[in-house]
Design a protein around this ligand. Structure first.
Ligand code: ABN
Length: 130
């Protein structure tokens, strides 16, 4: 039997070390399209888009050293929706009344160009959690 792609276009590969896969460790609380699949990197927006002025944060455990890191999930703004590699992980997410830890929102709301393109996951610190 020939190999069969069951990913539905969501990601190129499965794996905690592949930054184009939803399972990549930094994406544990990411809801959106991966910027790594849209011409950007894990921490920089694709050309023509800009990072959201406001953001939400999560804590994810690194597969490299087992430590917990604080991750900033900035949306990239000003370009229409990328549509590639949709992911939805919600470790530690809280309901919408706690905005800083809620991911199902267009965080481009405070930018002049408020259309949502994709989401990056930048490490901004180590977590006291471990
Ligand atoms: N933060 C990603 C996103 C954008 C628009 C709608 C839902 C989620």
């Amino acid at each position: 039997m020939l190999p069969f792609d069951r990913s539905g276009g969501r990601a190129h590969a499965q794996g905690a070390d592949d930054d184009k896969a939803c399972e990549y460790w930094r994406y544990c609380a990411l809801d959106g399209f991966l910027c790594t699949c849209c011409g950007g990197t894990v921490s920089s927006c694709p050309p023509g888009s800009e990072p959201s002025a406001v953001t939400w944060v999560g804590t994810c455990q690194s597969t490299q050293d087992g430590k917990s890191y604080l991750i900033s999930y900035n949306d990239c703004c000003g370009v229409t929706s990328c549509g590639r590699c949709p992911c939805n992980y919600n470790v530690g997410e809280r309901p919408g009344y706690r905005m800083g830890v809620h991911n199902d929102i267009n965080w481009c709301m405070a930018n002049d160009r408020s259309s949502y393109h994709c989401t990056v996951a930048a490490v901004i610190g180590m977590s006291a959690a471990g």
